[in-house]
Design a protein around this ligand. Structure first.
Ligand code: GDP
Ligand code: MG
Length: 297
């Protein structure tokens, strides 16, 4: 069956009315092609698609992604409904000149803003579907020395439009020491290039020590090191998603092997509401205002 995702704890973040209605949350993946974006999407949330089988058949193997594609899954936990939309993008790097490959992605994000804007001024304001992109996982190659120029360009183009959460792809290719060094390098570069990534809010009170510690851990995990896999094996009566190598297995959800659990916790348990609010109050608001300006003579 499906793994326990944990969003049922969301009522702490929001008021009861929206619990009844259910949540809508859209996550997008962006980055160079071949970094495991499509694989991670299924590793993060679609676990049950492959459970019970040890090897995916050829047709189930992830295909090269050609257009922007979206998949919506309805998940229900403890009476809380979540409509999760996963937006997969083709990734750049296949074309000789990648400098403009962010256009279709920006375009997609803007289209969702525009649709929301139209619905908002329309007749049925209470039934608006929120298809806006609330979070964008930006995949950074584990092979480079840090950010590539195109990563900088891309993130700077996206930063005013969507909450960017950077991740180091295929973290199983790095040793612990390499990973720590890479994280520090990337954090420094993000600061140096003034790239605005999603900021984890600090807890506003000191009464919740657990939360403060969690937020602190999250900040220090940025960019999250992720490992994805489409292979599920049964270990000690549990279905475990792994990458099998000649020398052994990497468990994608094992905190010693990757930050996948941190990432999922952050997305659905601790920061979903934050991501949604920031999208609505800052990013969408900016878009809305810019649309008003264009109609002035
Ligand atoms: P995308 O182009 O970014 O969507 O990448 P895909 O998800 O299609 O994956 C490209 C290749 O990388 C496939 O052969 C995957 O099996 C492999 N892959 C995906 N995730 C990982 C990972 O975390 N570690 C390693 N080593 N390989 C991965
Ligand atoms: Mg893909």
């Amino acid at each position: 069956g499906r793994p326990f995702v944990g969003f049922a704890s969301l009522p702490h973040q929001i008021h009861r009315k929206s619990v009844k209605k259910g949540f809508e949350f859209t996550l997008m993946v962006v980055g160079e092609s071949g970094l495991g974006k499509s694989t991670l999407i299924s590793s993060l949330f679609l676990t049950d698609l492959y459970s019970g089988r040890t090897l995916p058949s050829a047709s189930e193997m992830i295909q090269r992604t050609v257009g922007i594609s979206k998949k919506t899954v309805d998940i229900e936990e403890k009476g809380v409904r979540l409509k999760l939309t996963l937006v997969d993008t083709p990734g750049f790097g296949d074309a000789l000149d990648c400098s403009e490959s962010y256009y279709p992605i920006l375009n997609y994000i803007n289209q969702q803003f525009e649709q929301y804007r139209i619905d908002e001024v329309g007749m049925h304001r209470t039934q608006i579907k929120d298809q806006r992109v609330h979070c964008c996982l930006y995949f950074i190659s584990p092979y480079g020395h840090g950010l590539k120029p195109i990563d900088v360009t891309f993130m700077k183009e996206l930063q005013g439009k969507v909450n960017i959460v950077p991740v180091i792809a295929k973290a199983d290719c790095l040793t612990q020491a390499e990973l720590q060094r890479k994280k520090e390098t990337i954090r420094r570069e993000i600061e140096h290039y003034q790239i605005k990534i999603f900021q984890f809010s600090d807890c506003d009170s000191d009464d919740d020590i657990e939360w403060t510690k969690q937020a602190h851990d999250m900040k220090n995990s940025i960019p999250f090191a992720v490992v994805g896999s489409n292979m599920v094996v049964r270990i000690h009566m549990r279905n475990v998603r792994v990458r099998a190598y000649p020398w052994g297995m990497v468990e994608v959800e094992n905190p010693a092997h990757s930050d996948l659990i941190h990432l999922r916790t952050m997305l659905v348990r601790t920061h979903m509401q934050d991501l949604k609010e920031k999208t609505d109050e800052q990013l969408y608001e900016q878009y809305r205002i810019s649309r008003m300006d264009t109609r002035r003579p």
